[in-house]
Design a protein around this ligand. Structure first.
Ligand code: DP6
Length: 350
């Protein structure tokens, strides 16, 4: 089935004349997405699982401009840089192709996450863009199709379409790419009576030297540890689903910690190595170990940057934040709970 034949992707008769505004939050993976098996379609090597946050929203408005020769992209009130503009235009081309409309768009996006610092700014960003652009171009998509669309902007964005915990299925390996594309989307995960928080220690909010995209490509191509990690990550996912279902925060945390440490081991063994861990990251990781020695359930995870996210019970979040703040001297600390999925805002901004 081609993309245009899909019954899930039928254009509405008249695309939203006034455009559409959507908001989405980032997510933090407890089972990581690291490595693509198809770069064009954003098909991941392994399935991943995350918690969508209730902080750091990105709000994006997309308005069609039939007379414009090019897309106009504003990022936090200023014209977007070339790289950002290309990524957004490439994504809109996909939406235009599906909608059968050539109109250019005016995109205004406001992001409250420190960009490019391993805090998943692209996840909330592309989830919001997918929802706003689909509505503006008149595509009537179900959540799985929206997730597939968001995936094409940034893999991790597929998960921010959903609130709470979501798993992004790697999809079928054997099918031709077009069929694998249909099977790779995120969906909600069943969770028991868990009241989790993620304490986020921003030890460095500057942009990173190597993008996660480039780093994961290098890892897949050169790290001798990549395939063993991918195999163990599949087992981690099985264990994680069971631990979430029985609301066992210690098991969730232990699995998340070993999964992220393994991911960083694959990068450290890439050629040349990619190292996002900084001395400040290690100090925060030490403080997490100390919290555990002192009897608090606290477990770390990290992404493609030096910042550390600490999973704990909501009731312990202030204490964990205090310990982490002391360790991350000079850094900032945020407490997040599970947040909502990407959604359209009405004219009143609700
Ligand atoms: C380390 O989704 O930013 O945060 O698909 O190339 O845009 P692209 O990569 P991106 O990678 C995120 C990787 C990660 C782990 C995760 O979120 O699962």
């Amino acid at each position: 089935m081609s993309e245009q034949q899909s019954t899930l992707l039928r254009p509405r008769e008249r695309p939203g004349a006034n455009g559409a505004t959507a908001v989405a939050q980032p997510n933090i993976a407890l089972i990581k997405y690291w490595g693509k098996r198809d770069e064009h379609l954003f098909l991941p090597w392994t399935s991943s699982l995350s918690m969508t946050l209730d902080i750091f929203p990105t709000t994006t408005r997309v308005r069609l401009d039939a007379g414009a020769a090019d897309d106009e992209v504003t990022f936090n009130g200023a014209p977007a840089g070339d790289g950002e503009r290309r990524r957004i235009t490439g994504f809109l081309d996909l939406v235009r192709h599906r909608a059968g409309l050539a109109h250019r768009a005016v995109v205004d996006t406001r992001n409250t996450v420190p960009t490019g610092a391993g805090l998943a700014s692209s996840a909330g960003g592309f989830a919001a863009l997918a929802v706003a652009a689909a509505a503006a171009y008149g595509l009537d998509l179900d959540p799985a199709s929206l997730s597939r669309l968001a995936r094409r902007g940034s893999g991790s964005a597929s998960r921010s379409v959903f609130g709470g915990f979501a798993v992004w299925n790697a999809g079928t390996w054997t099918a031709p790419p077009a069929e694998a594309d249909l099977s790779s989307y995120a969906e909600p995960v069943a969770v028991g009576d868990l009241d989790p928080a993620l304490v986020i220690a921003v030890v460095d909010a500057g942009p990173k030297e190597v993008s996660s995209r480039a780093a994961m490509r290098r890892t897949v191509e050169t790290s001798p540890l990549f395939e063993p990690w991918a195999a163990s990550s599949r087992d981690d996912l099985t264990g994680m689903r069971a631990a979430l279902l029985r609301a066992d925060l210690d098991a969730v945390g232990e699995i998340a910690e070993r999964n992220f440490l393994g991911m960083h081991a694959t990068m450290l063994s890439a050629r040349p190595a990619v190292r996002y861990l900084s001395p400040a990251s290690l100090t925060v990781l030490d403080s997490v170990l100390q919290l555990r020695r002192d009897g608090t359930s606290a477990y770390a995870t990290m992404d493609a940057g030096p910042n550390v996210k600490v999973l704990c019970h909501r009731a312990d979040a202030d204490r964990v934040a205090e310990a982490v703040r002391t360790a991350a001297a000079g850094g900032t600390v945020h407490i997040a709970g599970p947040g909502r999925g990407a959604r359209l805002l009405d004219e009143g901004g609700r």
